[in-house]
Design a protein. Sequence first.
Length: 190
Amino acid sequence: MKWKDRWWVPFLVVGLLVATGVWASYHLVISPDSSQTQEEIPPTSNSALELEGSRVPEFTVLDKNGLDKTDADFSDKPMLIVEWASWCPDCQQQLPVVQEVYKKYGDKVNFVMINLSDPNIEPKEQADQYIKREGFSFPYYYDNGQQAADSLKVQSIPTMYFVDKEQNVKKVVIRFQDEASLEAQLKTIL
């Protein structure tokens, strides 16, 4: 067989190299080791989920008038605390659901909607414009310097905290909640 009849050999070599790379990627990087159990994987340290079952941490936020509000200012009722930002796609999906639930439970639960304010990323004016444009009526606050986010161990947004009247964090949710799920969680703190 002459070399010109072997034109397919380089393609075969490249194909084998690609197949080997795909196999190695899957088995060495993507596929979990079957001998490793869920218990062996350490939880993420400093996670908001660690707050479940403990007292809500102290935090301070600013209201629209520039006045400080602390967690104690919301202690007269159970709380739904939501850390959010207007630029966050998941928040844009979650906040209309929170608005609907606020209409039903706003008199029984303190909705503490904390905007992750940052002069470079999310100025207060941007948050105000977003709230106005979307027609939300829930109360919202600014987290200047992300002090509240740090206290609440926020790692991603939106993060929702369901806090009972005794100020204990009953549940932390770091994923989208439809209206029925959100209401069901709220009922656990009433």
